[in-house]
Design a protein around this ligand. Structure first.
Ligand code: ADP
Length: 202
């Protein structure tokens, strides 16, 4: 176990459970979970300059621009606790961001270990987000905004499945199951044996 670094990212449609799984995985692997969505929401709540700039974008379910988002990630990854590894939740969300991430890591002499794709059918994410809205009161969980976020996901983020597939980094996990079952499936997909299987199929 000389190199126990885990440099991972989780992606999938809004409401697919990325945040929940990123936190579980972070605790399990002892590396920080880094959520761009959470960072933006905290900035809005704090009323910072960044928060004022992104507030309307978040409320409409649109994406914050790539440059702003990537700078936040670059800064966060530079902190000491991300040296040994990290779990990115909600970044990258566009091909441009994926390319920037590669560049950031290359500059550090690092590379990604895996990109975990949480697969959840659209009907289920819509159901989950309407429940979440009642509980957590996120401004972007209204039915119209959710529909918009799903469109943004399909157009901008879904192409990452191919992007990471071509690089042999994609680990597809069925996210339409109880939280614990999904967490186990992610850990299984990260085992070296699972990586070999995926590679030999490629
Ligand atoms: P979800 O995946 O449930 O939609 P997130 O917490 O990941 O929620 O993101 C919430 C919002 O934050 C997004 O709708 C978007 O406006 C903004 N955001 C988060 N990550 C990114 C990113 N990588 N690029 C651009 N905008 C982002």
């Amino acid at each position: 176990m000389a190199d126990a670094a885990e440099r991972l990212l989780l992606f999938g449609p809004p409401g697919s459970g990325k945040g929940t799984q990123a936190a579980l995985l972070a605790a399990r692997l002892g590396v920080p979970a880094i959520s761009t969505g959470e960072t933006f929401r905290q900035a809005v709540a704090a009323g910072s300059e960044l928060g004022r700039r992104v507030q309307a974008i978040l409320a409409l379910g649109n994406l914050v621009d790539d440059a702003t988002t990537s700078e936040i990630v670059r800064g966060r990854l530079a902190q000491a606790d991300a040296r040994r590894g990290f779990i990115l939740d909600g970044y990258p969300r566009t091909l441009a961001q994926a390319e920037t991430l590669e560049e950031i890591l290359r500059g550090r002499g690092e590379s990604l270990d895996a990109a975990v794709f949480l697969e959840v059918p659209e009907a289920e994410v819509v159901r989950r987000m309407s429940g979440r809205r009642d509980q957590a009161g996120r401004a972007d969980d209204t039915p119209e905004v959710v529909r918009g976020r799903l469109r943004v996901y399909e157009e901008q983020t879904a192409p990452l499945v191919d992007y990471y597939g071509r690089r042999g980094l994609l680990r597809q996990v069925d996210g339409n199951r109880p939280v614990d079952a999904v967490a186990e499936a992610i850990l299984a997909a990260l085992q070296p044996a699972a990586r070999e299987t995926v590679r030999s199929l490629a």
